[in-house]
Design a protein around this ligand. Structure first.
Ligand SMILES: [Zn+2]
Length: 110
């Protein structure tokens, strides 16, 4: 693990309320720490602090993949933690339902 990552993680953890960290550790909730950028990036991404059950430590990463499949990766052990965005999951569910209803009516006519 890089030193600059360790220093950034320490700074981020110190800025968060202890109560919020304790809850994240207990429930596995990801704490959004806002948009950040890194050297060589052209834009900003939302970063999260989260508890890794495998190495029993906090980690910090940005959300990877699409909202309905998003995950963060522990910077120590590489374990991925999935936490799909609820609004994206609901949208996907609604679209699937709409498709099935349309399919049913199409099949009746045929
Ligand atoms: Zn880990």
């Amino acid at each position: 693990m890089k030193l600059d990552y360790m220093l950034d993680l320490r700074k981020t953890l110190n800025a968060l309320p202890k109560r919020k960290l304790a809850l994240a550790r207990l429930t596995g909730k990801k704490i959004s720490v806002g948009l950040e950028t890194r050297a060589g990036w052209t834009g900003h991404l939302e970063f999260f602090v989260f508890w890794c059950r495998d190495c029993r430590a906090f980690s910090k990463d940005y959300a990877h993949s699409w909202p309905e499949r998003r995950y963060v990766t522990c910077q120590r052990c590489g374990t991925n933690f999935y936490f799909p965005k609820l609004s994206a999951v609901l949208k996907e569910f609604t679209e699937t339902l709409r498709f099935l209803i349309r399919l049913r009516f199409t099949a009746r006519r045929g």
